[in-house]
Design a protein around this ligand. Structure first.
Ligand code: SAM
Length: 273
């Protein structure tokens, strides 16, 4: 659909949307880049998309152009008039809720499976992603996550075992999902530019390994990576049954947590679940 929209810079100026650091506001204006991000989940015609933090609506308009029905949650009420203009330009495709994404259940609002796409506010981005990845219901109600993070966080999400970045976030993002960096994004693409580089991560759910409880996996990895430099026999001492589980699974107790791969973490958790 070709809808003529004013340039985003003009929208910002007309609505007086000076970027607020406290709200993690770093806006994207390059429409080609935004269309490329909106293409990451795959074809969106007729699909539901949940967007956190639309701000002036750069990614939102790219998602709407791609044919999605968008539910957007924005905390900054200054952005609402700009988003109302987008709703008018794409009738029936955009619903905006003013509020805090940490307190909203998108499934209750949408009532059907949906994709999540967001240039996340840095201050709440990791907490939101941990919530989406750590849910009790699996497969989850979301079909894919397309999320902008600081590059360092993106690297921790997709990290492989034995790398410095491998830890709890990688295990959470990979034990029952596939996670990959879809696109690095230079800091100069944002207004204002943040201090660090960014990357868009694409995550899709896969089958959960049988017999593994999320809460047990969490307990194990929290204990082990909380004492990252220690051997497992030391760091897992406080987790009931963990040392026996090491023996049963044949995982040497003198290993350090980052050398244990995701299948091995799952085997340990299965033993204790
Ligand atoms: N999507 C826009 C873009 O790409 O240009 C803006 C992205 S900006 C990095 C993050 C947005 O999230 C801001 O508009 C900010 O007001 C909003 N935000 C911050 N905290 C939020 C929260 N807890 N719930 C919902 N929106 C939030």
């Amino acid at each position: 659909m070709t809808v003529k929209l004013p340039p985003l810079r003009e929208v910002i100026a007309r609505h007086g949307l000076s970027a607020s650091k406290a709200l993690g506001q770093n806006f994207l204006f390059d429409e080609q880049l935004l269309d490329r991000i909106a293409a990451i989940p795959g074809p969106l015609t007729g699909e539901h998309v949940y967007e956190v933090g639309p701000g002036p609506g750069g990614l939102t308009r790219a998602l709407l152009r791609a044919g999605a029905s968008v539910l957007a949650v924005e905390r900054d009420r200054r952005c609402l008039p700009a988003l109302a203009e987008l709703s008018e330009a794409f009738p029936g495709q955009l619903r905006v809720i003013e509020g805090d994404a940490l307190k909203i259940d998108p499934f209750a609002e949408i009532g059907a499976p949906f994709h999540i796409a967001s240039n996340l506010p840095y201050n709440v981005g990791t907490a939101l992603a941990v919530g989406w990845l750590g849910g009790d219901i699996w497969p989850p109600q979301w079909k894919s996550l397309t999320l902008m993070f600081q590059r360092e966080v993106a690297d921790r999400i997709v990290a492989a075992p034995a790398s410095d970045a491998f830890g709890r976030l990688a295990i959470l993002a990979q034990w029952r999902s596939k996670a990959a960096i879809a696109m690095p994004v230079h800091r100069s693409a944002f207004t204002p530019p943040p201090k660090v580089m960014s990357a868009v991560v694409h995550i899709t759910p896969s089958a959960a390994p049988e017999g593994v409880k999320m809460s047990v996996l969490e307990k194990l990895t929290a204990a082990a990576f909380g004492k990252r430099r220690k051997m497992l026999r030391q760091s897992l001492k406080g987790v009931a049954g963990a040392l026996e589980a090491l023996e049963i699974t044949g995982i040497a107790a003198d290993r350090r947590p980052e050398t244990v791969d995701i299948n091995e973490w799952c085997a340990l958790a299965r033993c204790l679940s």
